[in-house]
Design a protein around this ligand. Structure first.
Ligand SMILES: [Zn+2]
Ligand SMILES: [Zn+2]
Length: 237
C-alpha cells in the first residue's frame, strides 16, 4: 500500500465519511442508495432544450416559440427528492466536495449521447462577486473544473457577471428573461472565436440564464454552445 493510501485510510478511520444527503457511512460524498434514488432523465428528449418528450424531436413546442442560442441542453436528472437536497447542500452548506460527484454523474449519463462532449473548452455561469465571496466558491465552476479534467479539455473563465440579479426562483417566466438581460459580458482575455463551448450550470429551470450566456458567447464568436446542468426543474410551461 502506498504511503498516501495508508494516510488516506487513517484519515477515514479518524473521520469516517458520511453521505451528505442521508448521513450514513459512505466512501463517496453521496452514497449509492441516495444516487440510485435520483430521477435520471432518459431519452427521448427534445434535442434542443433536453425536455423529456414522448418521441424524439429536434425542437419541442416551447423551443419553436423562443430564440434559443445554445445548440443543445442536457441534464443528468430531475431537480427532485434527494438530488434537490444534495444540490441545496452543495450551494448553501459548504458541500464543495459534491462538485466531483455531480460531474461524474453527468459525465456517466451523457457520454453516450451523440458526441455531447466533443467540444473545445468548458466554461460556467458566473456568480456575482459579492455572492461568490459570501459562499466562498462558485458551484457551477467546481462542476466545470471537474468535467474539464474528466474529458481532458481546458476550463476557462469566459463570462463575467456585471451586476447582481434577483433570485430567479422568486420570479415568473416573463420576469426571468428580463432579469438576466445584459447581465453577462465575455472576457476579452480568452479567445473563443470558432470554439465549441460546453457551458455548465447547476440547475436548468426555464433556461433563461444559460440562454443569455449562450447569446453572449455566440455574439463573441463562439461556433457552438452546449449546455450541461446537473438537474432540471420540472415546470409546466
Ligand atoms: Zn445517502
Ligand atoms: Zn425543447
Amino acid at each position: 500500500m502506498a504511503l498516501d493510501q495508508i494516510f488516506g485510510s487513517l484519515i477515514d478511520l479518524i473521520y469516517p465519511k458520511r453521505c451528505y444527503v442521508c448521513g450514513s457511512d459512505s466512501r463517496e460524498s453521496i452514497c449509492s442508495t441516495c444516487v440510485s434514488s435520483f430521477y435520471f432523465i432518459d431519452s427521448p428528449v427534445c434535442q434542443k432544450c433536453g425536455k423529456p418528450t414522448t418521441i424524439e424531436v429536434d425542437e419541442c413546442r416551447e423551443c419553436r416559440d423562443k430564440s434559443i442560442y445554445f445548440s443543445t441542453a442536457r441534464s443528468a436528472a430531475f431537480y427532485e427528492g434527494n438530488l434537490r437536497e444534495a444540490i441545496h447542500k452543495f450551494k448553501y452548506d459548504n458541500g464543495k466536495s459534491l462538485g466531483d460527484v455531480f460531474a461524474k454523474l453527468s459525465y456517466k449519463t451523457l457520454r453516450e449521447e451523440k458526441k455531447f462532449f466533443n467540444i473545445d473548452m468548458v466554461t460556467y455561469v458566473p456568480l456575482g462577486r459579492k455572492k461568490e465571496l459570501e459562499r466562498g466558491y462558485n458551484q457551477a465552476k467546481l462542476i466545470a473544473e471537474s468535467i474539464s479534467s474528466l474529458i481532458s479539455k481546458p476550463c476557462a473563465s469566459v463570462l463575467i457577471r456585471v451586476r447582481e440579479t434577483e433570485d430567479q426562483n422568486k420570479l415568473d417566466m416573463e420576469k426571468r428573461h428580463t432579469n438576466v438581460k445584459n447581465v453577462f459580458l465575455v472576457s476579452k482575455k480568452i479567445n473563443i472565436k470558432r470554439k465549441r463551448i460546453l457551458l455548465i450550470d447547476d440547475v436548468y429551470t426555464t433556461g433563461a440564464t444559460v440562454n443569455e450566456c449562450s447569446k453572449m458567447l455566440k455574439s463573441a464568436g463562439a461556433e457552438e454552445v452546449r449546455v450541461l446542468t446537473i438537474a432540471r426543474a420540472k415546470i409546466d410551461a
